[in-house]
Design a binder for this molecule. Structure first.
Ligand SMILES: Nc1ncnc2c1ncn2[C@@H]1O[C@H](COP(=O)(O)OP(=O)(O)O)[C@@H](O)[C@H]1O
Ligand SMILES: [Mg+2]
Length: 239
């Protein structure tokens, strides 16, 4: 579905993503892990059109999408969540997600249709979809769910989930991981899932890619990653 080849991103003299290549198959959940600063979010920014690649190619169903603007990539069926949720605090949850539904629809839709899609997305993640609930007082887990609902309201075929477990307690992490798993099984959404810790991600993903200093250092089964000498070194330091 997605083929990334030789993808690089340079910020001044610093190479944040260094010639990485990987593929994502239709219907799979691919884990993308690595320590803080290893280039995970930058990779998402490149795929989602928030940054232009310095080099390399990104093909979706065979068509080059590298360097297209974010809205064009969204219209082709890729949605991303942001690591740090920044909802519109003056709007209701429903309005926040309805805005995403408008953004995701190339043809233009009525407000009623946008709200219908928003309610569907909010129901899926388990957040209230009444017109009055606002973001004030929402905890980390609810804010992460809102990020997911905003992405889902654009009706993606490929979802890029950035640190969906950040700031959650153990029970909330399990719930969030199960939710991502069910998006694939119930809706057929293909997922790339970024986390900096291995944790519960490893139970859900089909394959895992490990980044370190912008380079891909491992690709394979989760069980193999956990015993790979380079991966162990990156996570635990040299022994
Ligand atoms: N817009 C930017 N300008 C300059 N440096 C950046 C920018 N975005 C990210 N970086 C740097 O690139 C590296 C990778 O960042 P990031 O992709 O956010 O890592 P991760 O998501 O794996 O924690 C970090 O060293 C970060 O400081
Ligand atoms: Mg990040």
């Amino acid at each position: 579905m997605l083929v990334v080849e030789g993808l690089s991103k340079r910020f001044g003299g610093f190479l944040a993503v260094d010639r990485i290549s990987f593929e994502v198959r239709q219907g799979e959940i691919l884990g993308l892990i690595g320590p803080n600063g290893s280039g995970k979010t930058t990779t998402f920014n490149l795929i989602a059109g928030n940054l232009r690649p310095t080099a390399g190619s990104i093909r979706l169903d065979g068509a080059e999408i590298g360097g297209l603007p974010a809205y064009a990539i969204c219209h082709r069926g890729i949605a991303r969540t942001f690591q740090i949720p920044r909802p519109f605090h003056k709007l209701s949850l429903l309005e926040n997600v309805a805005l995403a539904a408008f953004y995701g629809e190339m043809k233009g839709i009525s407000r009623a249709e946008a709200e219908r899609r928003a309610r569907q997305a909010l129901d899926l993640v388990g957040l209230p979809s009444d017109p009055s609930t606002r973001t004030a007082g929402l905890g980390a887990a609810a804010l992460k769910k809102l990020e997911l609902a905003r992405a889902l309201a654009t009706r993606p075929r490929l979802l890029l989930a950035d640190e969906s477990l950040g700031g959650l307690d153990a029970a909330e992490m399990e719930q969030a991981a199960d939710l991502l798993g069910s998006l694939r099984s119930r809706m057929g959404i293909t997922i790339i899932w970024v986390e900096h810790i291995m944790g519960v991600l490893m139970r859900i993903v089909d394959r895992v890619i490990v980044l370190d200093h912008g380079e891909k250092i491992f690709e394979g089964a989760p069980a193999q990653a956990a015993v790979d000498p380079r991966v162990v070194e990156v996570y635990l330091g040299k022994t």
